[in-house]
Design a protein. Structure first.
Length: 393
């Protein structure tokens, strides 16, 4: 049922925090009977527990799709697989209190016969590129995103928000996980590129920057390298995982071209940031005492540390911006990691607008074009016949 030929690449990196060198992210791509599965999970709960939770989630999702009946609808099957992953991660935590339970975020795509199912829980994200433009396919399940949706804070105020590490949904928070499934499914076309990423990337790299790096890289694997380099250059405060997939011409059952990721690298790190936590309450509107949630930036911003005397990630920038090569010149080599100038903060991506109204429709299929041609021929023959009758009179 895959019905698509995909080129797939993925990379993961522990980031620059010395306390997070045990990578808690997990990712996988696999051809199942219901379509091509792409999944990224970001574990939490502290080191080994977080890694075990994300690995269990990925394994459960794959097993559930493999065991699904061949006639089941792909979208509900994907949502059910993630729901089952949440149940198993919750069982893994036993009777531990919410604050200390293992958990995991999840974002997953199922590509099948011209359509793409999108489901997620938490703040791992999916993006979609077509014709050089990028759209978000998911919206974070987090306190900050809810405050943005309410208009209580601006994207700029969200960067240093005190509850920036709190998410409202995660696998393992409850035995019954609320999975968000995008409706309707997204129609795919040849050349479309899908990006799945943990928040180690999306916290530090804006949506438009992700689109530019992917569009200008000579290969998907190189795009993964450059996105991770950009996040690490801006602090690398968390584990970073990127999974990319491009729809290729042709296709058939089991048609997937994987690019194996390289081993993650371990480098020195700046100051740590708070560990991600699970909460089970809605956000409250900002009170006069705390509104509008715009704390004074500290002397050493967490995402823009003062470069040392010999900065390992701050070489002299070239004349051309490293992440914005000239049009028509694809990037063919890894980009140098360049730190932000002192005092400049990375900006949290703006609240996502619903993508369904802006994503262009996929081009018509061959069968659709054939039907259109037959209709035009029929209309022409009817016109000729009518002219012949009128002329005979």
């Amino acid at each position: 049922m895959q019905g698509a030929l995909l080129e797939v690449a993925q990379r993961t990196d522990p980031g620059r925090d010395p306390d997070k060198q045990l990578n808690e992210d997990s990712a996988a791509y696999r051809a199942t009977k219901l379509g091509h599965l792409l999944v990224v999970c970001d574990g939490m709960g502290g080191h080994a527990l977080g890694r075990e939770a994300s690995q269990l989630a990925v394994a459960t999702i794959m097993q559930s799709l493999d065991a699904a009946a061949p006639d089941v609808a792909p979208g509900p099957a994907l949502a059910q697989a993630i729901f089952e992953a949440g149940r198993r991660v919750h069982e893994m935590g036993g009777t531990a209190p919410l604050a200390g339970r293992p958990g995991s975020t999840c974002v997953a795509l199922l590509v099948h016969r011209g359509a793409v199912e999108v489901a997620h829980v938490g703040d791992s994200r999916a993006y979609f590129l077509r014709n050089g433009r990028i759209w978000p396919l998911t919206k974070d399940h987090s306190i900050v995103q809810q405050l943005l949706d309410q208009g209580a804070i601006t994207p700029e105020q969200a960067v240093l928000h005190p509850e920036g590490n709190k998410i409202t949904r995660a696998l393992g928070m409850k035995s019954d996980t609320e999975v968000e499934l995008r409706e309707p499914p997204l129609l795919q076309a040849v050349g479309d590129i899908f990006v799945l990423a943990s928040d180690g990337l999306s916290d530090l790299v804006r949506t438009d920057e992700i689109g530019a790096v992917v569009a200008q890289a000579a290969s998907l694997d190189l795009a993964c390298q450059n996105l991770i380099a950009m996040a690490n250059a801006r602090g690398g405060h968390d584990n970073i995982t990127v999974l990319l997939a491009r729809v290729l011409p042709g296709g058939g059952p089991g048609a997937t071209i994987p690019h194996e990721p390289l081993a993650p690298t371990i480098v020195e790190a700046p100051a740590a940031v708070p560990e991600k936590t699970l909460i089970d309450r809605p956000p409250s509107a900002p009170s006069p005492a705390t509104a509008p949630f715009a704390p004074t930036p500290p002397a050493a911003p967490p995402f823009a540390p003062t470069p040392p005397a010999a900065p390992p990630f701050a070489p002299t920038p070239p004349a051309a911006p490293p992440f914005a090569p000239s049009a028509g010149a694809p990037v063919t080599a890894p980009l140098p990691a360049t730190a932000l100038p002192p005092g400049v903060q990375p900006r949290l991506p703006a609240a996502h607008a619903p993508p369904s109204a802006t994503i262009p429709p996929a081009p018509p299929s061959r069968s659709g074009l054939l039907v259109m041609a037959l209709v035009l021929v029929l209309l022409f023959l009817v016109g000729v016949f009518g002219w012949w009758i009128l002329r005979g009179r």
